[in-house]
Ligand binder design. Structure first.
Ligand code: ZN
Length: 871
């Protein structure tokens, strides 16, 4: 699974107040009582009621011990039949149901030599499951109907599922645990205007009047959380790999983007198959883009679901793309789908690998610098994830808590270290062995260690113990000095004492006179020093020269050392650290370093050289201004052009001659450049900026919509209400919540009539929007407008009292005020009703509780005695 937009997804998570390790219960893997061998489903979605009618035929056998009781996971269902099916008969079975588990009493005790077939007729009510969700997914009702009644003219009508972690049992009865695996067949009855997607191969498609039954068969076993079903109206763009179908199910109106987003999938299939020594193990590889998805993307076997955010336009791809997500989900098809974590405690065996799969693809396709940049992003993401916990955790609060930046980013970094420790050949040979050993089965971390030990011949307990089974990372203080002709390197591990003292192999590059000598050292103690004879005249020391270790390194570089390292190292992170270390320095050496960086092939360095020069006097010259303007015209990287536009403003704020340049930048191919320029024009010439903004009003790019909503939230122009109502429909999830909150701000200063119309639109979102956070934001927006109304009521009452007391008010004035008062009161009444309706129709328990806490339901108008005399 991939969270949406890695940078923001976890920024809001509150981890404070988490109990310490050991206070949470031990989370064992699920006990195997019955083994599910095959699942055969026949389902019919009911769009009207948002329910699913199904018949499940489950083939099972006792796992080892004999048993006469079968327990199935089945959440929020109603059953019409629970029977034992034999060749000639159907025997009804007794069962008990507690809304989560179906306890079936079998007609006798069965042994592991027996195979039984249980038939369950059921209706699933996903909307009755008020979900919790997690950091990775924001809901957990398993089955989602999008725009089921076609109320929304922009949003397509769709149905999709999200199984991980244990929500597949919201739409079919199963044994919902990652250590269960079975084959699968699913027949879906749909309107002929819609198409379907599920795991495996489409084996039949039979039309009967206005509906059609599609049957998909997955003949290799996989875990229930990987089952999927999608129904909708998609364009299907067809690729293939080695004769195997590779299809992209995408929104019809934007189908031209499909190859731009997914086009490298066949090459990824070749690359991973070759690198892992294990050809892609499934029958097909399809990817579908859905609306209002609750997660970022999900690795359902052979049928990956992507949230709409992954499906970038050509315009977006000028500035960024989400190919790492495409790689992540595909890599899961070996790590996760083929070999599955035995329990959620071992989730790192899925997610750390998928995260590292991103690195491998980027390294192969775009080079080491691009991949190392990704790895540094992972490092920063992990550092922000506190408290530090073990990567493999047998004690946790909720299984969804496992989907954090430890399981993903820290784990990916650890695999990178492991690769560097054993070497490329041993690393990939070990992965190959692990995959072959555990294919179509599950694994825990020791399976991985033993594969590495078997291949490399090394005992690796120390590595796995300190990185997988313990917490934290080394924080090193490093400095060096000369002593005669020797170089003395001092290293101290200063991480908390309750974190391990790490054993670390370190490559140290010693730079002298344009040459580099590499020394390998092992760090094993809290404090150590190393003496290198004959290297006393070194210019710089590059500790962990390939920047492979997961650590915080405190080593201060002088500008001279930084310059040497930037010049002589061919490592992204080394060069980056050199730039970061001197970013506040103002010496000529630093300017020289930035000049060098400005010509680098890697655009990040060119970009930073522009930003970091801002404080240097050497940069504040006409010559440099001319140079930047010239560079703007020639640099192919939009991130560099953004840096140039904003730096020109930051250095030459008073220079009005640059206004024409900023206006020219509005025509840049990159939206990031356009918006940076617009932001500056907004400061320098507000009216002009508003006119320019108007020209962007038809753009559906989420960045432009966000920008305009922020800009418009403070304008008086009443006609922007129309744009807001349009914009809300063009975006989803976080972008949509953002636009709604800005709209609410915009409305706070507008007339009642506009506010009233807006409330009707917001009510639609608060009730019918699929995403619970958007529903919440919309309801809160209405509540805020109601509070504004109440303030106005208060104000008008004060006026009435004042006028009455001063006896200055003519009866006529008072009557007008009283009429206004009544009008506002009746508005309040309607808004109160609106909020009550929203509350009563909210299906998610947590959101209802949030409304209560927010006081949406107990806001009341204080009583007030009218003072207007009848006349
Ligand atoms: Zn994942």
């Amino acid at each position: 699974m991939q969270r949406e937009s890695k940078e923001i997804s976890k920024a809001t998570i509150n981890t404070s107040g988490k109990p310490k390790k050991g206070e949470y219960p031990y989370r064992p893997s699920e006990t195997r009582i019955f083994d599910l061998i095959h699942t055969d489903l026949a389902v019919t979605p009911n769009w009207e009621n948002q329910t699913l009618e199904g018949v499940a035929k489950l083939t099972l056998k006792p796992y080892f011990y004999s048993s006469d009781k079968l327990v199935l996971d089945a959440k929020g269902m109603v059953f019409s039949e629970v029977s034992l099916k034999t060749k000639n008969s159907l025997t009804p079975l007794k069962y008990e149901y507690d809304s989560l588990k179906l306890h079936i009493q079998l007609n006798k005790e069965y042994t592991k030599q027996d195979t039984i077939l249980i038939q369950v007729g059921y209706t699933a009510f996903p909307n009755k499951l008020s979900g919790n969700g997690s950091k990775a997914i924001n809901d957990d009702k398993g089955l989602y109907f999008i725009n089921p009644h076609c109320r929304d003219e922009v949003k397509p009508r769709q149905l999709w599922t999200q199984g991980e972690t244990e929500a597949s049992s919201c739409w079919f009865p199963t044994i919902d645990a990652p250590n269960e695996k079975c084959t699968q067949k699913i027949s879906i009855a749909v309107d002929t205007s819609l198409i379907t997607l599920s795991n495996g191969i489409l084996t039949s498609s039979i039309t009967k009047g206005t509906y059609r039954i599609d049957t998909w068969e997955q003949k290799k076993p996989h875990a229930p959380y990987l089952f999927m079903m999608t129904v909708g109206d998609f364009a299907v763009i067809k690729d293939s790999w080695n004769g195997m179908p590779v299809h992209y199910y995408v929104p019809k109106k934007d189908s031209a983007n499909a190859r731009g987003v997914f086009g490298n999938t066949p090459e990824m299939l070749s690359f991973y198959s070759h690198k892992l020594g294990y050809p892609y193990p499934w029958d097909k590889y399809h990817q579908v883009v859905v609306s209002d998805y609750v997660s970022g993307a999900m690795e359902n076997t052979g049928a990956v679901i992507h949230g709409k955010w992954v499906f970038t336009s050509a315009q977006e791809r000028i500035d960024y793309n989400n190919e790492d997500v495409v790689a992540h989900e595909l890599f899961h098809h070996w790590f996760g789908d083929l070999v599955t974590c035995e329990s959620w405690s071992n989730l790192a065996l899925n997610e750390s690998f998928a995260t590292y799969g991103e690195y491998l693809w980027l390294e192969y396709k775009y080079g080491r610098y691009r991949a190392d940049k990704q790895l540094r992003g992972d490092y920063n993401a992990y550092l922000s994830d506190t408290p530090r916990v073990n990567l493999i955790r047998y004690h946790y609060d909720h299984r969804e808590d496992m989907f954090d930046r430890h399981s993903y980013q820290k784990g990916g970094r650890i695999l990178h270290m492991l690769r560097n420790l054993v070497g490329d050949d041993a690393f990939f040979a070990s992965l190959k062995l692990y995959l072959h050993n555990r294919a179509f089965k599950t694994a825990e971390v020791h399976d991985l260690r033993m594969a590495f030990e078997e291949v490399s011949g090394q005992d690796l307990n120390w590595f796995f113990n300190q990185w997988f089974l313990d917490k934290g990372h080394p924080i090193l203080e490093v400095n060096w000095s000369h002593l005669g002709d020797s170089l003395i390197l001092n290293v101290a591990q200063i991480q908390p004492l309750n974190h391990p003292t790490f054993k670390l192999p370190v490559d140290v590059d010693i730079h002298f006179g344009g040459k580099v000598k590499r020394k390998k050292i092992w760090i094993t103690k809290r404090k150590e020093n190393f003496v290198f004879k004959g290297l006393g005249g070194a210019d710089a020391v590059n500790f962990d020269a390939d920047k492979v270790l997961l650590m915080e390194l405190n080593q201060i570089l002088t500008p001279e050392e930084a310059l040497v390292l930037f010049k002589e190292s061919d490592n992204y992170r080394t060069k980056l650290e050199a730039m970061l270390q001197v970013r506040t320095d103002t010496s000529l050496t630093t300017w020289e370093l930035f000049q060098l960086a400005s010509k680098d092939n890697f655009d990040s360095f060119r970009k930073l050289s522009v930003y970091f020069s801002t404080n240097l006097n050497y940069a504040k010259t006409d010559e440099n201004k001319a140079h930047l303007l010239e560079k703007y015209n020639t640099d192919p990287s939009s991130s560099v052009r953004v840096a140039i536009v904003s730096t020109l403003y930051n250095i030459w704020r008073e220079d009005s001659s640059l206004l024409s340049f900023y206006k020219k930048a509005l025509a840049d191919s990159s939206v990031n450049v356009k918006l940076t320029a617009l932001d500056i024009i907004d400061i320098l010439a507000r009216e002009d900026a508003l006119l320019r903004a108007y020209e962007f009003e038809k753009e559906t790019d989420p960045r432009i919509i966000r920008y305009l909503s922020r800009m418009y939230s403070a304008v008086k122009d009443e006609s922007k209400s129309k744009w807001f109502n349009w914009a809300i429909k063009q975006v989803e999830y976080r972008d949509k919540s953002y636009v709604i909150s800005k709209y609410s701000k915009y409305l706070s200063e507008k007339d009642n009539e506009i506010v009233w119309k807006a409330c009707k639109k917001l009510k639609e979102e608060a009730i019918y929007e699929n995403n619970k956070d958007v529903r919440y934001t919309s309801a809160v927006a209405i509540h805020k407008l109601r509070e504004r109304n109440l303030k106005r009521i208060e104000g008008i009452r004060k006026d009435i009292v004042d006028k009455k007391e001063a006896s200055r008010g003519k009866p006529y004035d008072l009557k007008l005020l009283e009429e206004k008062h009544q009008e506002l009161l009746s508005h309040d009444k309607i808004m109160e009703e609106l909020i009550k309706t929203i509350y009563n129709l909210e299906i998610n328990k947590n959101i209802r509780e949030k409304y209560e806490r927010r006081g949406l339901l107990n806001t009341e108008v204080p009583s007030f005695k009218s003072v207007v005399e009848p006349y």
